[in-house]
Design a protein around this ligand. Structure first.
Ligand SMILES: [Zn+2]
Length: 235
């Protein structure tokens, strides 16, 4: 086994999960995972179809984006992923998709308020939307996309671990997690949350906020030191 085989396998699995969760078509979307001890990130190659993608195609880079292992070009969104790993030191995986409903909310430039327990189980408080990138930002577009996401959390003192998702304004969602597969799961949950949020808004004409005590109950029974949801080994 090569040095990075496990990391590459995890990343392949997460990228293929994006297809099975119905979150991507063509080659849209990408998943990555970091090994912070080794100082490397494994990511989907650019423009390779998910059907044909094998573990050898996964590209390993250092934290500056230089290829360490792999023959193919890394995803063009690599620099966004790297910026998120730098700015959010506790995350282990990042996912980007253009899934329909989450992208629609990103295009609308609207945050997704917590209207129900599905949302509260995974995301604490609203899923925020970023500011638009400036014209100057487009010179270093992918890195600045990561920077504007990080700023969205920093400026409002949001906890990126408690809300592992964001809508990049006019673009699409990014999610993260402790590894690539958790980031992919969060992308799937975000899509469902955005879909039901849209339908709820259609029914009412506005987005209602769930009672805070119910949202808190749902979030904290799955997260933090007093969590009791699921089986014991699940952390
Ligand atoms: Zn994109």
């Amino acid at each position: 086994m090569g040095n990075f085989d496990k990391l590459k396998e995890n990343v392949l699995k997460a990228n293929k999960a994006l297809v099975s969760y119905g979150l991507v078509i063509f080659t849209w979307g990408n998943a990555s995972e970091i090994d912070r001890e080794k100082g490397v990130v494994a990511i989907k190659p650019s423009g390779v179809s998910y059907d044909e993608m094998s573990v050898e195609d996964i590209v390993v880079t250092d934290l500056e984006g230089n290829t360490v292992e792999g023959k193919l070009k890394p995803s063009s969104d690599l620099k966004t992923h790297l910026e998120l790993y730098k700015r959010f030191p506790k995350i282990g995986g990042v996912v980007h998709t253009h899934s329909t409903f989450a992208t629609a909310w990103a295009q609308a430039g609207r945050e997704v308020v917590c209207s129900g327990t599905t949302h509260a189980d995974y995301f604490y408080g609203p899923v925020p939307v970023t500011e638009a990138l400036t014209e100057k930002d487009t010179k270093d577009y992918e890195r600045m996309s990561g920077a504007v996401i990080a700023e969205t959390f920093e400026k409002e003192n949001r906890d990126y671990e408690a809300t592992p998702a964001v809508l990049l304004k006019g673009h699409a969602p990014f999610t993260w997690g402790k590894d690539a597969i958790r980031a992919a799961e969060n992308a799937a949950v975000l899509e469902e949350v955005c879909k039901t949020a849209f339908i709820t808004r259609e029914i009412l004409g506005h987005s209602p906020e769930i009672e805070k005590h119910i949202a808190d109950k749902h979030y904290f029974r799955k997260h933090g030191s007093n969590a009791y949801y699921g089986q014991k080994k699940e952390k």
